[in-house]
Design a protein around this ligand. Sequence first.
Ligand SMILES: O=C(O)CCC(=O)C(=O)O
Length: 179
Amino acid sequence: MTLHLAIRYIPDALPDAAAAFMYLTREVSWREAMRARATASFGAPYNYSGQRYPACPMPAQIAAIAARAAELAGHPFDNCLCNRYDTGENTMGFHADSYDGLVPSSVIAIASFGAPRELLFRTRDKRHHRAILLAHGSILLMGRATQDDWLHAIPRAPGAGLRISATFRHFGDHARIRA
Ligand SMILES: O=C(O)CCC(=O)C(=O)O
């Protein structure tokens, strides 16, 4: 097990974060099937947290965020899964992201908009804990080792306002096979 957390946090990664937040808030059609938060997927088809999202063209505003994340990651992204946390009561439980279908060497990028929320990490044996505050306009890159050895979660945050995350993954050739 690697205790090293394979993450890179870039504050102020998105110069147009305010406009992107407005776009995500006003223009996106959200799926409200889960109690914990609302979701929307763009780009390659993706099955996530019990939901199946078909392929859907990536709007220019989201493609622009993907392009910035790609610049930082050093590879492209072809799916964007957005999460909308209306209040601090909206959460994401501890989990690891599956690399099923993802390019193995790729990273997962999380772009954050709106209220800052804490992202908690803990090792699978619960002995080691880390926390990172995801600020408006930031991008966090998570390497694959993070998913092997650590779980992560967005816990409750009493009093927090609206936050939207846009998470990016790279399916590559798998996306064409699954489409
Ligand atoms: O909304 C977030 O920042 C958390 C995203 C996340 O944990 C995930 O996509 O696996």
